[in-house]
Design a protein around this ligand. Structure first.
Ligand code: NAP
Length: 455
């Protein structure tokens, strides 16, 4: 895949970039290693000042960065600006809390003193996707740098301007040379970089095949990996639910980022009693959404990030319909427009044998199911290989308890939109990956949890 900015709204190639040579990668790895030697010894207060400066820069230039994201991957400008603001939030969160998260934890044993000490590991590689070009990187970088590690970013090949800009932000914030570097390289270079002795661990957010590949490569050199992979999150609505709230959240969740969100609700599981009413409202709301130029404030849904994503999504929808499912709205690309636009789509009556039941639909497509009771709802929700997050809507507390306990997911939200929050851990189980980002758990992923025992 070429490293290039290709505007998904117009199809125009704006700029192409030469990937780094092997010699240039070697120089950057050396620089990272040298930077770590000094950087790990700096006090939290110093790192915190730089991290807060990074937050200030993000807030100062939110419009510029927002436009860059919209240009490269097509999210609406208003959502891109909100993403930059959220990045500032995660920088401030770790600037404030990292010292406390990394403080020694005493343990009472037969020693005169024993405790757990958290220490940075060294150079950490992050392989990141294009769908939240800033947020995915900052939620890795803020805890990683605050812990005293140094970061290398291999960003998705379709967001090179964002990738380079993020390095610039950390440099302008004052972080020493080599503490955060972007590597403009293709996916084919990742194996060699992970195998390098100077790289101590890696994290990847992206598809299952990419996760499998990185985990296998890291496994060969016995390095720790955190994986944030795909999802097909269930959105369950029981008969007692606040229907208007559930309905509007369902639309928001499915359509966030033009449907290209790992924790978007993708399968809507409705209690029979409310299904008819919910579906009627769902179709109406989907048909009211404005698909178009993501730079315009009135646009709800921009183009998908690449023509390949558009084609794959349409293939999935057509195969689902061909398997016997019923199309309620949408179901095609907007071929009258130049970019990668797809109509908001709802399908239902999906046969048991349909492959769609096991797939992630990474675009504005909702799969709708009806169930007779909570047992069926939970069984259907758990029937995919994914386990990222889940939402359930109910006002019956015994039902909430069952959802919290029985849904196979890294997060369960009751009566609310699934979203990441710096204060809560984020990650999945099953084939959605392993490890956690954010909160105290996130900063502890790339540290040596050292036992100290003194007599
Ligand atoms: P992708 O193709 O897997 O790309 C993600 C990153 O991995 C890119 O930097 C890509 O580089 C790199 N990559 C691809 N193949 C690789 C390989 N064999 N070895 C090493 N690196 C490789 O993902 P995508 O399809 O663009 O992104 C969408 C997926 O990400 C969805 O499944 C979505 O659910 C998931 N996602 C998960 C989370 C989460 O937190 N769980 C968040 C966001 C997205 P190139 O661009 O150079 O190919």
């Amino acid at each position: 895949m070429a490293i290039a900015t290709i505007n998904p709204t117009t199809g125009e190639t704006v700029e192409t970039f030469e990937p780094l040579t092997d010699a240039a990668i070697e120089t950057k790895l050396g620089l990272a290693q040298t930077a770590f030697k000094q950087y790990q010894r700096l006090p939290f207060e110093q790192r915190s000042i730089w991290m807060q400066k990074a937050a200030d820069i993000l807030e100062r230039d939110r419009e510029i960065y927002g436009k860059m994201m919209t240009l490269e991957m097509g999210k609406t400008l208003k959502s891109a600006i909100a993403e930059v603001e959220k990045c500032a939030l995660v920088c401030r969160y770790y600037a404030k809390n990292a010292a406390q998260f990394m403080a020694d934890v005493p343990a009472s044993t037969d020693a005169s003193s024993s405790f757990v000490r958290y220490q940075p590991l060294g150079v950490i590689l992050a392989v990141m996707p294009w769908n939240f070009p800033f947020w995915q990187v900052f939620r890795f970088a803020a805890p990683t740098l605050m812990a005293g590690n140094v970061g290398l970013l291999k960003h998705a090949s379709n967001v090179p301007q964002c990738a380079l800009k993020i390095e610039e932000i950390f440099t302008e914030a004052g972080f020493p040379e080599g503490v955060f570097q972007t590597l403009l390289v293709g996916a084919d270079k990742v194996g060699k970089i992970v195998a390098d002795d100077r790289v101590k661990a890696a994290t990847l957010t992206g598809s299952e095949p990419a996760g499998e590949s990185l985990a296998a490569q890291a496994g060969k050199s016995l390095k720790k990996v955190v994986l944030e992979l795909g999802g097909s999150d269930p959105f369950i609505v029981m008969s007692s639910a606040d229907l208007p709230a559930a309905l509007s959240t369902a639309v928001t969740s499915r359509m966030l980022n033009s449907g290209q969100t790992c924790v978007a609700a993708k399968r809507f599981i409705l209690a029979e009693e409310i299904a008819e009413e919910f579906i009627a409202g769902f179709v109406e709301k989907f048909e009211q959404l404005k698909v178009g130029d993501p730079m315009l404030p009135e646009t709800d849904i921009g183009p998908l990030a690449t023509p390949a994503i558009l084609k794959e999504l349409d293939n999935q929808v057509q195969a689902c319909i061909a398997s016997g499912a019923k199309l309620l709205t949408g179901g095609r690309a907007l071929s009258e427009k130049a970019g990668n636009f797809y109509l908001p789509t709802i399908v239902t009556d999906i046969p048991l044998k349909a492959a769609a039941r096991q797939q992630e639909f990474f675009g504005p497509v909702a799969l709708v199911f009806r169930v007779a009771n909570i047992d069926e709802a939970i069984e259907l929700a758990n029937s995919t290989s994914f386990g990222l997050a889940a939402t359930a809507w109910t006002t019956v507390s015994s039902e909430s308890d069952r959802f919290m306990n029985e849904l196979e997911a890294g997060a369960v939200f009751i009566n609310g939109l699934v979203k990441s929050d710096p204060r809560l851990p984020f990650g999945g189980i099953k084939r959605s990956g392993y490890g956690r980002e954010l909160s105290i758990q996130g900063i502890h992923e790339f540290v040596n949890i050292k036992t100290v025992w003194v007599k």
